[in-house]
Structure formats: structure tokens, C-alpha cells
Design a protein around this ligand. Structure first.
Ligand code: ATP
Length: 373
């Protein structure tokens, strides 16, 4: 479904404190109509608290929340037309699936014919028709999950908030449910806000990802943007397995040219001079390069011109099917990780020259953590 680019929910300067603990700090965010937005971050970074404020279950200490252009900061949850599903969703075990789905509509005094119509439509979409008459207690986990979601969908909320809804699933099933969720979202075209600490989940599900750390938003971007153009050192180090190599370097001018120098390599950066010189902590910088962007010039026949080369020794080999992860030690003792096709055999102790294309290297200010773009 094409996204309407309209803003549905706007969070303005939201801060939430619990007895002196700042759970969320000065958060500004626009949630667009029809998008799948994932909140990603380590435990305790404020994801759930943010979701609960959108739902109306917590009141921000400061800041405002808008639904379209209406200020809803003080509205109770039931007035917001927002559906939410938390990690431990509880179905009414003794009721049939049908009654579980109809319950929220009956409470809202929806006419019986309309209840029947909505329950049937959602049950059909989520393939729940065969189990409509079964008691909830007799369902397997994945069906319970679908019932929990269907129960929200029948109410036809404008937004669905999901907090780690797949945590209870074993890994294989979790992947399956992930694909299902994506399909449902596509099918129903609803705005979904999804909290997870699992980066793979956020990157595969989200149209956009909000990366949070210690109560603050580090970056909001598409999965590609947060992966390939991380706004901060935190995002660079948090997203990606194995993580991005973050290498300390020094900026130097020599004979009119700008260089980044490390004990293991040097690199010309004339074209990035202006960006670098705006950095706050010169001459120190951090250079970031993804493990899969490193290559072995011996193995790759394509152009080697302009490559930055690093002599290294193999320290650990971890096969991963068609690929493998190499841990390498440079002459200065730096650990660098690379991902490479497993077409060649490597042994611990092998000497190897690795390299990268200089234009692929990202640069960060070590003091502010900001990427220099
Ligand atoms: P997790 O994935 O572990 O749930 P999270 O990113 O969702 O983490 P939150 O649950 O939002 O993080 O918590 C953010 C911070 O606020 C944490 O330090 C947490 O201890 C604190 N916090 C959350 N709720 C409360 C509360 N009701 N009372 C006191 N402190 C709270």
C-alpha cells in the first residue's frame, strides 16, 4: 500500500520522568499515516514508555501529543482510537475465539449485525474462520497471537501499537509471524508502531526505524539509512552483526593534502576536508567501515585503484554457510572483523592484506558522536 505522507501522530518535546529517572527526553517525532514504524534500542532506552504515552497509558511530564491537528496529550486511551497489544496479551481463555473478537465491539455497543460483519471479515483475513468456535484456551501460540491481533483490528483503530508481540515465540515461528505481520499491515494499510530490541526484526519490518538510546532518539530513518548512513556512533555500533568496525584515526595536513592516519594505514580525504574541519575534536576522528565492505585484493579481481590497504593476521575464523566471519589483528593490535565469501580457506595465523574503498568509509566525531556527512 502506498504511504500517504500525511502526519498522523506528532510528538513534540516529550519528556517523561519517573521519580527523578528520565525515561524519555525531549523526543520529537512524526508518525505518518499508513507506515510501519519500528522503535529499536537496548533494554531500558524508553521504547515502551514512549508507546504507553502514545496510547494514553502514561502522561508526559513535558511536551505535547497531536493526533492529526488535535492536541490529545490529556485524552484517556479509549478516546484516542488507538489499539495496543503488549507482550503478554491475555485472551479470555474460557470464551470462544468469536466472543474474544466480538467482546470489544459489544463493550462499544456496536450493533450485532455490524459486529458479525466485522468479526467475519477480520477472521477471514487472518485465517481464523476454522477456529471461531473453539475456546481460546485450546489454541496454539501462533493462533493466539493472530486472535490477539484480530481483536484489535475489529475495532478498526487508526493506529496499532505493538510492544514486542513476538517475544513468546520460538525463533522459527517468530520469523514466520514476522512475515505474517508485514503481510497484514500491507493488507490492512494501518499505521503500525512496533517496539522491539531485535534489530533484525526492526530492519525487516519497518518502513522507518527510530533508534533510541538512554531516553533519546539517535536517528529516525529507513532501514537502509540507519544501516548505511548511521547518524551517530551509537547507531553505527548498535546496528549490524558483526558490528561496524570503528577505527580511531588522526587528521593531518601534509604538503597541502588532507589525510587520515592510523598506525595501520593512511587515507587521503581532500574532498571531505570541509566536513572534517567542522568537527569538534580534531585531530581525532573515528572511521567506520562495515565488515562486508572489507575485501581481500588478492581475491577480488576488480579494480584495486585507490584502495586503502591494511596488513593483518587472521585471529579467528567463523564459518557461516556461504560466508564467514574473520577476526583479524592489525600490526598495531587493532581488531578488525570482516565478512567474506567462504570460497577460500583461511587459517589462524595467516598473513592477509585487507582493503576498503575510501569513499565507503564513514567518519564520526568522537566527542559528539555525530556522523560527518
Ligand atoms: P525494555 O525493552 O527493557 O522494556 P524499554 O526501552 O521499553 O526497555 P522503558 O520500559 O520505557 O524501556 O523504560 C525506560 C526507563 O524508565 C527505564 O530506566 C525504566 O526502569 C524506567 N521506568 C519505566 N517505567 C517506569 C515506572 N513505571 N516507574 C519507574 N521507572 C520506570
Amino acid at each position: 500500500m502506498a504511504h500517504k505522507e500525511q502526519v498522523l501522530i506528532r510528538l513534540e518535546g516529550i519528556t517523561k520522568e519517573f521519580n527523578g529517572t528520565i525515561a524519555v527526553q525531549d523526543l520529537n517525532l512524526e508518525i505518518r499515516e499508513g507506515e510501519f514504524l519500528c522503535f529499536l534500542g537496548p533494554s531500558g532506552c524508553g521504547k515502551t514508555t514512549t508507546l504507553r504515552m502514545i496510547a494514553g497509558l502514561e502522561r508526559p511530564t513535558r511536551g505535547e501529543i497531536y493526533l492529526r491537528d488535535q492536541r490529545i496529550t490529556d485524552w484517556p486511551p479509549q478516546r484516542r482510537n488507538i489499539g495496543f497489544m503488549f507482550q503478554n496479551y491475555a485472551l479470555f481463555q474460557h470464551m470462544s475465539v468469536y466472543d474474544n473478537l466480538a467482546f470489544g465491539l459489544r463493550v462499544r455497543r456496536v450493533p450485532p449485525t455490524e459486529i458479525e460483519r466485522r468479526v467475519r471479515a477480520v477472521a477471514q483475513a487472518l485465517e481464523l474462520e476454522p477456529v471461531l468456535n473453539l475456546r481460546a484456551s485450546r489454541l496454539d501460540l501462533s493462533t493466539m497471537q493472530r486472535v490477539a491481533l484480530a481483536r484489535i483490528l475489529v475495532i478498526e483503530p487508526q493506529v496499532l501499537l505493538l510492544d514486542e508481540p513476538l517475544n513468546n515465540f520460538r525463533p522459527g515461528l517468530r520469523e514466520l509471524m514476522r512475515a505474517e505481520l508485514k503481510r497484514w499491515q500491507y493488507q490492512f494499510g494501518r499505521t503500525m508502531v512496533y517496539v522491539t530490541h531485535d534489530q533484525e526484526e526492526a530492519l525487516t519490518l519497518g518502513d522507518r526505524v527510530v533508534v533510541m538510546n538512554a531516553g533519546r532518539v539517535e536517528q529516525v530513518g529507513t532501514p537502509d539509512e540507519v544501516y548505511w548512513r548511521p547518524a551517530t556512533l551509537f547507531v553505527a555500533g548498535f546496528i549490524g552483526r558483526p558490528p561496524m568496525n570503528l577505527i580511531p584515526v588522526e587528521y593531518r595536513i601534509s604538503e597541502g593534502h588532507a589525510f587520515l592516519i592510523s598506525p595501520d594505514f593512511e587515507m587521503r580525504v581532500d574532498e571531505r576536508r570541509a566536513l572534517i574541519e567542522a568537527s569538534s575534536f580534531l585531530p581525532r576522528l573515528i572511521l567506520g567501515i562495515r565488515p562486508e565492505q572489507l575485501l581481500i585484493p588478492d581475491l577480488h579481481a576488480s579494480s584495486h585503484e585507490g584502495l586503502v590497504r591494511i596488513p593483518a593476521k587472521v585471529d579467528l575464523v567463523r564459518p557461516l554457510g556461504r560466508k564467514l566471519i574473520l577476526d583479524l589483528k592489525t600490526r598495531s593490535g587493532l581488531l578488525i572483523q570482516m565478512v567474506t565469501p567462504s570460497t577460500r580457506r583461511f587459517a589462524v595465523g595467516d598473513d592477509l592484506e585487507i582493503a576498503f574503498h575510501p569513499h565507503q568509509a564513514l567518519l564520526f566525531d568522537p566527542h559528539t558522536g555525530q556522523g560527518l556527512y
